[in-house]
Design a protein around this ligand. Structure first.
Ligand SMILES: Cc1ncc(COP(=O)(O)O)c(C=O)c1O
Length: 406
């Protein structure tokens, strides 16, 4: 293992509070290190005031912490400027922002956008809402039987399209998509490239400039940070050209009875009181991930996922069908499977009775479920605090499950 899990777990209070604890659901939301929890508590205990409004010292201190967090997040993803980092509630809100701001301004009847069949609903439904409002075509990049994007017809799909929006890593299949190849293809076709980085940034070192996306969204709670904060990065010129999404306080330069003037970046896109403590926590989560080192995080995940693939194959052979690429180096730490002919919810319930937390369902990817011809799957997902013993516990619990259901 690239990381020493016993040492890592000492940073996570939940491993002290719950014993035994086999947590295999980090793709839904990761656990939080003490450093993140402490930073947020300290902020509330000593430094809280609303930001960007007060001229007293405490408010200025809170503003400095909030804007410092923005700069830290910018550094984490190699964004050229802090003002290009917009804080939102989560990836879902970031992608709704893209659809309602950029999409509403640029799309209409006769236009087309391209999505993929492996998208999370967060990168489907915002476009479908807009489609119902203004009308345009949605084209779909298909998924191959081994769980990769079928790019054989990409040029035709992109022909005349105005936008390509796709996930960096599938939350069901674990597939790591060829982000740079796709952003290049979008640009060659004259389309905007948008990346849903919800499952990418927590696991793969993210350099938004090298990836070539125009807009890149990610979320705090899957990368050791708190819930309630998401990010949208975009380059300055593009964000400047986009109209505001949500309106209210904090995002205006002036308001008169006949209209308003939006504020400068990033405030134009941050209406209302922002997630201040959450930004402070997210900045510390970036520190923590850098301390573990994103290269090591990724190597650790490949090792655990490889061990899990081997273990399930060896112990359950034909009884387990794993979805997604066979090679652990082409996938993130997500392992979705079906077990015998059992319903995933039944499997998950028995696993829970044996102390193993995994998730079952459609994982907010119903179009993908239809491609896979399943209604639901069991998903185990790994992060820096998981090791082979967790995988063994999963396999042992699956064995109990097989015995229970005969
Ligand atoms: C690929 C992907 N996109 C988007 C989301 C939505 O994230 P959030 O709930 O933080 O908005 C998720 C969450 O599971 C995801 O896995």
């Amino acid at each position: 293992m690239a990381l020493d899990v016993a040492t890592v777990r000492k940073d996570f209070p939940i491993y002290e509070a719950r014993k035994p604890f086999v947590f295999l659901d980090s793709a839904a939301s990761s656990q939080k290190p003490r450093a993140v929890i402490d930073a947020m508590t300290a902020y509330y205990e000593t430094s809280h005031a609303n930001v960007h409004r007060g001229v007293y010292g405490l408010a200025e201190e809170a503003t400095a912490l909030y804007e410092g967090a923005r700069a830290r997040v910018a550094r984490f993803v190699n964004a050229p400027q802090a003002k290009e980092i917009l804080f939102s509630k989560n990836v879902t809100e970031s992608l709704n922002l893209v659809a309602q701001s950029w999409g509403r301004a640029h799309l209409g009847p006769g236009d087309a956008i391209v999505l993929t069949e492996m998208e999370h609903h967060a990168n489907i439904v915002p476009w479908q809402i807009l489609q119902a409002q203004i009308g345009f075509e949605i084209r779909w990049i298909p998924v191959t039987p081994d769980g990769k994007l079928d790019l054989s017809d990409l040029d035709r799909l992109l022909d005349g399209a105005k936008l390509l929006s796709f996930t960096g890593v599938s939350n069901v299949l674990g597939t790591i998509n060829p982000v740079r190849q796709l952003t290049d293809a979008a640009h060659a076709a004259g389309a905007l490239a948008v990346v849903d980085g919800a499952q990418y940034t927590p696991h793969v070192a993210t350099d938004v400039q090298a990836l070539g996306a125009d807009l890149f969204a990610f979320t705090g709670h899957k990368m050791l940070g708190p819930t309630g904060i998401g990010v949208l990065w975009g380059n300055e010129a593009l964000l400047e050209s986009m109209p505001p999404f949500l309106g209210g306080g904090g995002m205006i330069r002036d308001v008169r009875k006949d209209g308003f003037l939006p504020d400068e970046l990033p405030h134009k896109f941050e209406a209302g009181t922002p997630p201040i403590a959450e930004a402070v926590g997210l900045a510390v989560a970036c520190d923590e991930l850098d301390r573990y080192d994103m290269g090591e995080v990724r190597a650790h995940e490949v090792a655990v996922t490889g061990y899990a693939l081997d273990t399930l194959r060896e112990r359950f052979a034909g009884d387990v069908v794993v979805h997604g690429p066979a090679d652990p180096a082409s996938r993130g730490g997500v392992l979705s499977f079906t077990f015998k002919d059992l319903h995933p919810h039944d499997v998950t319930q028995v696993l829970d009775e044996h102390g193993v937390c995994v998730r079952a369902g459609h994982h907010c990817a119903k179009p993908l479920m239809r491609c896979l011809e399943v209604g639901a799957v069991v998903r185990a997902s790994f992060y820096i605090y998981n090791d082979e013993a967790d995988v063994d516990a999963l396999a042992d619990a699956l064995q109990r499950c097989a015995e229970f259901f005969g």
